[in-house]
Every structure is written in C-alpha cells, then in structure tokens.
Design a protein around this ligand. Structure first.
Ligand code: NI
Length: 655
C-alpha cells in the first residue's frame, strides 16, 4: 500500500465516539439511558440496590411511531428490564420510562429463571472446585492439582430429575490443563459432572459415572506452542483510497440503495431495523433470535447437552472486541456497544460491531459473441458482523447486503470442539476420536432467525413454491416436463413447514397489494440452503424445549411480545412457550403483518481436521428479491476496471 492510501485508510478506520446519543427511536439504549433505568429500579421501594439485572434493553416503539419519525424529531424512550434476586427463582419484567424516570409496569414471573450470567461463570467454577466430593473424584482420576482444573457451566435443561425441581441450576463439565495456556479441551475429565444451584450457591450433587483416564497428550493451537510458523504467504491488502461507500448517522447506515438502523442487545447481539432498499421497506427487524446445540450421545451426563446459547446465556454479552486487520480486513468502521452488567453498571465492549465493504467477485457478465462486446460488473457487499465466544465455541455472525437487493446471513462456527474422553481406539457410535482418547460427539447447531417482514409495506403473505415432474403422457410425450406450483399458506399452522428437496421447496414473501411490471405481487424469496433435520425425539425433555427445530419455516401474525422461538424465559423451560404456543390459535397470516422464523444450521459430525481448533464451518440463508424489481436492478452500475489490480506475471517461472 502506498503512503497516501495508507494514510486515507487509517482515517477510515477510526472507531466511534464514546458518548453516544440516540438519534433514532430504534437505536439501542445508550450508556446514560441504561444507567437511568438501573438507578430508577434501585431507587424503587419494591427492589432496592440488591436487585440484579438480566437485561436492560430498548422497549421498541410501535411501528406507527417509528414510521412517523423524521430525522431531528424529539422522541421519548422506554426500556424493558428483567431483574432478579439472589437466593430464589423468579424474574420481574419491568417497563421503565426513561424520560419520566419511573417504572411503568411490573410483571412478576415467579417460576422464570434468568439467563446464566457471565459474572457467575468463575463463581460456579470456584464453587465446584472447592466441593470435597468433586476434589475426591478428581483424585480418583489422578488429578491432584485443582488449580489446573477448569469447570464449564452448562445450562441444565429440564429433565424432571429428583431434587432438581424448582431450582435455578447449571450442570458442569470439567477439563484439565497440563500447564499454563495449555489447551484444556485436549484433556477432558470424563464422567464427572456437578449440578450447581446458582441461586443458593450450593453444589447439590456430584455425578460420578466412573473413571476414564484423562488423556494427557497436549494438542495446542496457540502460536506460542508452534515450533515453526511459515512465511510463504505474501500480503493481501484491501485498499479503498477514496474511503468507504457507506455513511453512518448515529446507528443509521446508508450504503448503495440500502438503509437500516444497527441495533444491539444483551440476548441476541446484533439486530437490524427498518431495512429499506431505496424508499421501499423490506424487513422491519431481523435478528438471530435463538439457537440450540443438541448433542447425540446418551452416555454419562452428555444427554443433558442441548444448550440454547442465545436464550440461556445471551450472546450479546459474550461478543468479542474485534481486532483490526485480524478479525476484519480493509477499511473498517467499528461500533462500540454498551450493555448492562448483572449489577446494573455499564459493560462496554469496544469494537463489538464491524462494518465494512467486501468485493464479491463478478455480479453479472455477458459477451455477445457476434459483436464481441463484453459487459461485466463487479459485485460487492456491505458486511455488518459480530463474533461471540460461548465457552469452547465461537459464533461469527455476518449480515450481508448486496447491490442486487439480496440479503444474506452467514453464521460461521469455529473455536474448539466440546470434547469427551474415552478408551483410545475403542469404537464410539456417537463420536469421532479426534486424538487418542479424545472424542468429539455428533451434534448440531440449529439457529432460528426472526424476520419481521415488511415487503413494500406491512401487509404480506407467504407462498410455498414446489416443483413437480409432469407425469409422462400425452402432455409430456418425451418425459422432460416439470413446473413450479405456488400455494399461499393462509394460517399460522398451515405455514409451519419443512423443506422438501425432492420438490426444490422454498418460500416467497409477497405483498399482494403491490404489483411489479408484470402485474404480479412484489416479493422476496427465502432460499433455505442450510436446513438440518431434527434428530431429538419430539416429546423428549430437550426435544420439547427445542420445538422450533421441528420446522424450517414458521410464520406468525405480528405480535411484539413474541420475540423468541423457544420462549422468553427459556432457561429450565418445559417447552410450553415459544413458536408452538404462538401458532396455537392458528391466526391468519394472509395479507397481514407477519413475522417469518427460519430454522437452519449445521449438522456436525466432527472431523479430525476440527481439532485442536476448528476451521470455520458455515451455514445461513439468503433473502433474494423475486419480482420485487421489474428487471435486474444493477444495469446502471459503472463498468469500471479496478485500478489497483495488476498482472501477477512475476509469479510465473520462465518456461
Ligand atoms: Ni460443532
């Protein structure tokens, strides 16, 4: 990179100022607003200063209020706060007026449990490591130095096990380091789990399933452990000498014809609001609203592993502070986020959100072979991303916006396999042995995106598209014929659907009140390219809680209180809240305000190559305009050739 480009690029990399003011009604809460909420709650006679905060987030205004907003307008904001107390279960759901500095409503849910809090992770580890039965069980396995033992707190689920009812529990797994910085996941302490009551601070049970030797060979990935690092790769620099093509006003971004508000909350991390192409709305809100990682082994305590990282932990609080040139390449705009910690103070994550543009190969091309005229346009995309670390795993979330009106979500999973120990070379039907005595169990990562649709307005419908082969006969004499059939899914229960690869099934969201050039309803298609089939029994304890995995598409009539596919308070849930409940009244979803929920994910039979650290594996979906535009909307793009590109002939050995 030459000096001028480097200099200009460094200006483009400056990250956001620290004292943010909300400039749009859908902006996530600012630090000052969060502190106002926690102060109001602490000062309230019913709560006081010992109350703890699960979430403090924007209570989104009504759609009508948002639509009436013009830049520069003043607006009043409300927050949702979920608070809890030490010593017992139950959650208080509050609505707090920030302007009036008062609690507007209090809803006490006596059986609800808050998410497991980041602040509790190390407390739980210390609690387990000082339990005499746990220490004795470690000793039986030849582990005497507890300072090298690591205990991960997993959500406990809801299995109806005696003594667990009515508590707020976590269930732990244990690992060992051989020395400082050593990869603990290479040394699982198998068959040793603790059941911990987070509220009362007790270890209520140690589950010891018997001794399996701890595999002691080191398998490290950190650079400090690599004896050699290769230097065969020459730099690739992404240079935008004239700066970036997007513009941020507060948290409102515009790029190409796209515009939206970038939100963030403790539970989901990124949320995107009022997504428009030109002046045409496409989505009112989009987020990754839940995920579950069911493991396939019935052995020892592993049946309990069915963890909902969004609803049981809140991935917003687990988001990384990103590093320029490592996590994000090129001219990067970072956004810091401020969220609440458990005590009601500000938990700031600098550089939590990364915004940049990426070249994306060619967008379209044609050569008229008779005239020899070639036209080619390059594609690029706007990328809005965050990366969360949840225990051993990383979830990297990317929202992509393309020049041609396509929206894509990609989830990259990386980090370290959840390992278990077994007898070296012994067959394990439910796992791959990734190193002698170290096994990675078959599992899935199943995600659910909540897509509040606004295809050219709020009144939308969903259409299922199935392709059929025409039976051979008089109308199909040569047997080649096939066609697509469209069916409107009119009610919530009719719209709970799975993919059907033999029919190339996909779904289209349309606005029948708005027509395109050909007189047909404008629409967007959902390309369900990464669906996974559920393998948990539907009526099993974890299967009921993960009922959203039973369908790849769900459509519900808009209800601002229906936010999460597995339910609002789903830690220890029994599965009664969530999508199955939302569609119980089988409401109309035709020509009305609807929300689509798309279930997709990764089916993960571990490979040797996934250990000791896993290269990204990826899943996601696309929303593509389908009759939304009258023709390819990218004819007016300039046909520029990239000036920094050059002939790499120097790399070729003279023949
Ligand atoms: Ni996996």
């Amino acid at each position: 990179m030459d000096d001028i480009a480097a200099n200009q690029q460094s200006h483009a990399c400056a990250h956001s100022a620290t004292h943010r003011k909300a400039t749009h009604p859908l902006d996530s809460l600012t630090a000052d607003e969060i502190l106002t909420v926690t102060r109001v709650v602490h000062n309230h006679p019913e709560f006081g200063t010992d109350v703890l905060f699960e979430t403090v987030e924007l209570r989104e205004p009504t759609k009508a209020e948002v639509r009436a907003f013009n830049p520069g307008d003043r607006f009043k904001r409300q927050a949702r706060a979920a608070v809890f107390r030490r010593g017992g279960i139950g959650v208080w759901r509050l609505v707090v007026s920030i302007a009036e500095e008062e609690i507007v409503s209090i809803d006490h849910l006596p059986d609800a449990r808050p998410m497991i809090q980041l602040e509790e992770f190390m407390v739980i580890e210390d609690m387990v490591k000082s339990d005499p039965d746990f220490i004795a069980a470690c000793k039986k396995r030849g582990v005497g130095d507890l300072s090298l033992v690591c205990v991960d707190p997993w959500s406990a689920g809801n299995f109806g096990i005696e003594g667990e009812e009515g508590r707020h529990l976590c269930h732990t797994f244990a690992w060992l380091r051989t020395r400082e910085f050593d990869n603990l996941y290479a040394h699982p302490i198998e068959g040793l789990n603790a059941v911990v009551d987070i509220k009362t601070g007790e270890v209520i049970r140690i589950d010891d399933y018997g001794v399996t030797p701890v595999p002691m060979a080191e398998h490290n990935y950190e650079s400090r452990f690599q004896s050699q690092v290769r230097d065969h790769l020459k730099p690739i620099d992404v240079v935008q000498p004239e700066g970036v093509s997007f513009k941020l006003t507060g948290r409102h971004i515009t790029w190409h014809d796209w515009s939206m508000v970038i939100g963030f909350n403790v539970r989901e991390s990124l949320s995107l609001h009022d997504i428009r192409f030109g002046d045409r709305p496409v989505l009112y809100r989009a987020s990754l609203a839940e995920m579950v990682v069911p493991y396939g082994s019935p052995k020892n305590g592993h049946f309990r592993k069915s963890v909902f990282d969004v609803g049981e932990y809140g991935i917003g609080k687990l988001v990384n502070s990103l590093e320029l040139g490592c996590d994000c390449l090129g001219a990067i705009q970072y956004l810091d986020v401020d969220i609440n910690d458990m005590y009601g103070k500000i938990f700031r994550i600098p550089k939590a959100i990364c915004i940049h543009e990426e070249d994306h190969g060619i967008l379209w091309k044609h050569t008229d072979f008779r005239t020899e005229v070639t036209e080619v346009r390059r594609a690029r995309r706007l990328v809005i991303s965050s990366i969360a670390t949840v225990g051993n795993y990383e979830y990297a979330m990317y929202w992509y916006f393309y020049l041609d009106g396509t929206i894509e979500f990609e989830m990259k999973a990386t980090g370290i396999l959840n390992t278990v120990a077994g007898e070296p070379s012994a067959p394990d039907k439910y796992a791959t042995e990734v190193a002698p005595g170290v096994f990675g169990q078959i599992h899935q990562h199943v995600f659910c995106a909540r897509l509040d649709l606004a295809i050219d307005g709020d009144e939308n419908s969903v259409v299922e598209c199935n392709t059929h082969a025409e039976p051979p006969g008089d109308d199909n004499p040569y047997g080649n014929a096939f066609y697509e059939e469209e069916t409107v899914l009119k009610t919530e229960q009719a719209a709970a659907r799975r993919i059907k690869p033999e029919h190339q099934r996909y779904w289209k969201f349309i606005n029948s009140g708005k027509t395109n050039f050909m007189g047909k309803p404008v629409g967007y298609k959902l390309d369900p390219s990464h669906c996974v089939m559920p393998f948990m029994a539907e009526d099993s304890p974890s299967g009921k809680r993960a009922a959203f995995t039973q369908n790849h598409l769900w459509v519900t009539a808009y209800n601002p209180e229906e936010r999460y596919p597995a339910g609002e308070y789903m830690n220890h849930s029994d599965g009664t809240d969530g999508l199955v409940g939302f569609i119980a009244d089988d409401g109309n979803v035709e020509d009305t305000d609807i929300v689509a929920w798309h279930t997709f994910g990764l089916h993960h039979q571990p490979r040797l190559e996934d250990f000791p650290v896993q290269p990204c594996i990826s899943s996601g979906f696309k929303l593509m305009p389908s009759g939304f535009f009258d023709r390819n909307p990218c004819l007016d793009l300039p046909a520029q050739a990239n000036r920094a590109s050059c002939n790499a002939g120097a790399a070729m050995e003279p023949g």
